[in-house]
Write a protein that binds this ligand. Sequence first.
Ligand code: TXA
Ligand code: MG
Length: 508
Amino acid sequence: MKTLIEKMNKNNVDMQVIQRAGEIIKQGGLVAFPTETVYGLGANALDEEAAKKTYAAKGRPSDNPLIVHIAEYRALEKIAVDIPERTAAIAEHFWPGPLTMIFKKSEAVPYGTTGGLDTVAVRMPSDTIARELILASGGYVSAPSANTSGRPSPTLAEHVAEDLSGRIEMILDSGSVEIGLESTILDMTVEPPMILRPGAITADMLEEVIGMVSIDETILGAESEKAPKAPGMKYRHYAPKAKLTIVEGNIREEVLAIRQMVYAAMNDKKKVGIIATKETIAYYSNGIIKNIGSREDEKSIAKNLYAVLREFDSEGVDEIYSESFAMKGIGNAIMNRLEKAAGHLRVAAADIVRRQKYRRVVFVSQTDTCRGPMAAEIFRQKRLRQEYVVDSRGMVVLFPEPANQKAEAVMRSAGLTLSAHTAMPFSEKEIAEDILVLTMDETQKNKIITEYEGAVSVYTLSEFVEDDTEILDPYGMALNNYGECFEKISMLINKLTDKLNSCAEGEY
Ligand code: TXA
Ligand code: MG
């Protein structure tokens, strides 16, 4: 089957195309169309055979019921019975919009559509194309998200084509959807009504209209033994191909933990992705880093989530690390989908951060023109199991000098260079528990300890690696003295590498 893709403009709907699409659905065919939440795969909701086709196209288990989309409130009466009184108030506030309500089904709805259940899920979308299509199709359009079962829901027509091209008759393409996460599902058959799937319409918003609502406890709880009440929620839905880990903590900890885990995974030759935000993206340097939106505007995060997961898929990423997001407003829905995508794989950022004692290593010499910069550059070449920022500083630096020429000559003969180096003075910025300060000799160490309060991680390089080699300053001596100095520093840096690597757990 060739899938026709029709570009549509929301503000100027081409009714001829809508009529053709409506005909396809009336005849039992499948048409994907935009809604404000995600793209849906439309079929005639009152036709058992059309439901079968829908399941086949998506590769979806047939016990997972479909949502019936309507365009007018009165259409509800034909498909639902025992409609509770307050339904009207809810519809008044939230329909058309991203809310699905569950009622007892009428005989008009085949069990094929409801996955064998006696209840039916109903939604009235606000998207104008969706609305016109429903009307042109006879008023009752079943529409699951238009993705292959188990993949992230489509928020662009391209996503639909990626998954369903050749399996459905038509795709109506109006570009990016507005919300990006599926509708809130509210079960109206229980008292108080229960949220089975969080979405853009939140519990607070519903409670303002009808008083108390309850929330299916399986929605976020990774540990829950119970089956979720919406059958679709039990599958490892929305899943990217890569292993996704959600990192939880305060923002600083999350960034540090993700940096650590990404570094370790890349050491293991993994292709790694990071889900970052506008506020944090600048703090990452390794891996494929994606900005999912702004923490100030959770809606932007909701809108980008599925597209970002799909991008990682197409880039063949092995592992994805994601920051976590505030559980306010649509944040509940975001975390619910992320959790599902991650198969509930969560780690506490603080636990990860604690595993790395030092994050920066600063080598300190007298003038920062020879021994310190040599040590730093030799150390930078090592294969380290954790990520360190490596610098050198001098105790007496009067102006930004380049490295000593003999030091540079010795480094060059070892295939290294200090050509980019400029001397910088030691300052209190180098004093912190997670900065390892390694001096060339006792003089610098003593000076730092007496001058700076809280200087706890300060050692001579030899002392730290438990060696008694002295690194004499070769200043003013012959080239071969610089050579000897280089050899000593190299040997000590090897020991330093071993020590830091054996302290690093490496396994996360
Ligand atoms: O935003 C949306 O709701 C999108 C757009 C296309 O409208 N549709 C959507 O459909 O997300 P789908 O099929 O991907 O998800 C429907 C969810 C499933 O988790 C399903 O189990 C649940 O709704 N559901 C449908 N009928 C139900 C019923 N009678 N009882 C409990 N859960 C039901
Ligand atoms: Mg779906």
